[in-house]
Design a protein around this ligand. Structure first.
Ligand SMILES: [Zn+2]
Length: 461
């Protein structure tokens, strides 16, 4: 029998939900640490049954029994994207788990680096629960409140894996999820706003880019019936200007939810505005130039995911986000770690000759200003290529159907040029090129040809 259909398994999941969803509000730091230690020991034993990890442990000379808890985590080797790719498919799953009981998902194709990995039903359910946790924080729940989720339902994504290939076909959840509207962020924003207007949700969760488009549409007279109590933004960095623009337009409060394909949800903002990690589901370490960093400083995040029997995520170093941790605790009383800021992906960075690295959090401001200052969504897509320290090329795809509308293409180009020069320095030449589409097969939408091996990072911006 397929374990997914097993009623005992379903019972286990239900129990897990009841126990897990508000855990961070209930337990103290000490019991959370004990819980993390137990989960880690279990994870390491499980990872040892996965060829990739077994091999890595042996090479590093560590045995699962050496790892007593989080304090020993640093003894384990880090796992890279290349490690996972090299051992795919059989080497990244446990010998004890049947492959047909798992679901294959992959990280976003838009960055050009597709990474396939496996999740199990527990991952999927925990993903939903983590989302429920954030809803609970805002006194919402999927049983009573109308919830709209605008996910990335391109065929390969984790969300498709979770929803269309994972949850829906395996359980008949239409009854359970009758208050949930699933929309696709790859659809035309006008189509999306019409569907939301019809559904009238009290909560909308979506990607930053799509939410920006929706705000602009709302401002120009679409979606009269849309007045959610809360909007959750995810997927990329939300700058404060765009955040207040969305809040003003929808007369609502926006909070951030942070996750990754490999790990599921990582963190969320509480009502007080603090960014909490889901410390019972994941454990994050932060390093800069190989050394653990202090509070407030920004560094690369290394992530461990506690749950699931798919591909283990144990000291995984390729979420590729630069994140600043924050010591201390929040007045809301939740247990676990805090983060100060998510700067964005370090493989989507631009490098200045003075040692300053510009991360997506910096230039997303330029794009969001197109929305809230120029009031335009004519720019369909862009690709940024940094040829050297003094030459930046911006490829722009203009929406043909909006070609005649104002502002003019030249105004938009001028705006982009000024924006990037403001961040990169006035001595940098910014060339704008209109293209019919951007080629992301050769790499992500932000490509820097600067030699990173000989570049010393002084600070992140
Ligand atoms: Zn809090």
């Amino acid at each position: 029998m397929n374990p997914f259909y097993n009623p005992v398994f379903l019972g286990k999941i239900l129990k897990r939900y009841l126990v897990d969803v508000d855990r961070l509000d209930r337990i103290n730091e000490e019991s959370l640490h004990r819980f993390q230690d137990t989960r880690l020991r279990k994870l390491v034993r499980f990872a040892d049954t996965v060829p990739l990890y077994h091999e890595k442990f042996q090479t590093a000379g560590v045995s699962p029994s050496d790892i007593k808890g989080i304090d020993d985590l640093h003894r384990l080797p880090c796992v890279t994207k290349e490690d996972l790719k090299r051992h795919y498919p059989e080497g990244i799953i446990s010998r004890r788990v049947r492959k047909d009981s798992l679901i294959e998902v992959s990280t976003s194709g838009t960055t050009g680096k597709v990474l396939p990995l496996y999740v199990d039903l527990l991952d999927i359910v925990m993903g939903l629960f983590a989302y429920m946790r954030t809803l609970h924080e805002y006194d919402l729940n999927i049983w009573n409140d109308r919830i709209t989720i605008i996910g990335d339902f391109a065929p390969h994504t984790a969300e498709s894996g979770y929803v269309t290939r994972g949850v829906q076909p395996r359980f008949n959840l239409t009854g359970l999820f009758k208050n949930v509207q699933w929309l696709n962020t790859n659809d035309d924003p006008k189509k999306v706003i019409a569907a939301i207007n019809e559904f009238q949700p009290v909560f909308i969760g979506g990607y930053v880019g799509m939410l920006g488009h929706l705000a602009l549409l709302k401002e120009t007279g679409f979606g009269d019936n849309i007045s959610p109590r809360y909007i959750a933004a995810t997927g990329s960095v939300l700058d404060s200007f765009l955040k207040s623009y969305i809040e003003k337009t929808f007369q609502t409060k926006v909070f951030e939810v942070y996750g990754a394909t490999e790990s599921g949800l990582i963190g969320f903002q509480c009502k007080q505005g603090s960014y909490h990690l889901m410390s019972d589901l994941v454990y994050a370490e932060f390093y800069k130039n190989g050394t653990p960093i202090e509070s407030d400083d920004a560094g690369e995040m290394i992530l461990t995911k506690f749950h699931g029997s798919g591909t283990p995520i144990l000291r995984y170093n390729a979420i590729n986000d630069i994140v600043a941790p924050l010591q201390g605790s929040c007045s809301c009383g939740k247990a676990g770690s805090l983060i100060k800021k998510v700067y964005g992906r370090n493989d989507l960075a631009l490098y200045r000759s003075d040692g300053t690295v510009l991360l997506p959090s910096t230039f997303s401001e330029i794009y969001s200003k197109l929305l809230y200052e120029l009031r335009t969504n004519k720019v369909r897509n862009t690709k940024i290529i940094q040829h050297d320290f003094s030459n930046l090329e911006i490829q722009v795809v203009i929406d043909d159907t909006l070609r005649a509308s104002s502002p003019s293409d030249e105004e938009i180009y001028g705006f982009l040029r000024k924006g990037f020069q403001g961040k990169m320095g006035s001595d940098v030449t910014v060339t704008i090129k209109e293209v019919s589409s951007v080629d992301t097969s050769q790499g992500p939408r932000i490509v820097s040809l600067i030699d990173k091996k000989n570049y010393t990072i002084k600070r992140y911006m």
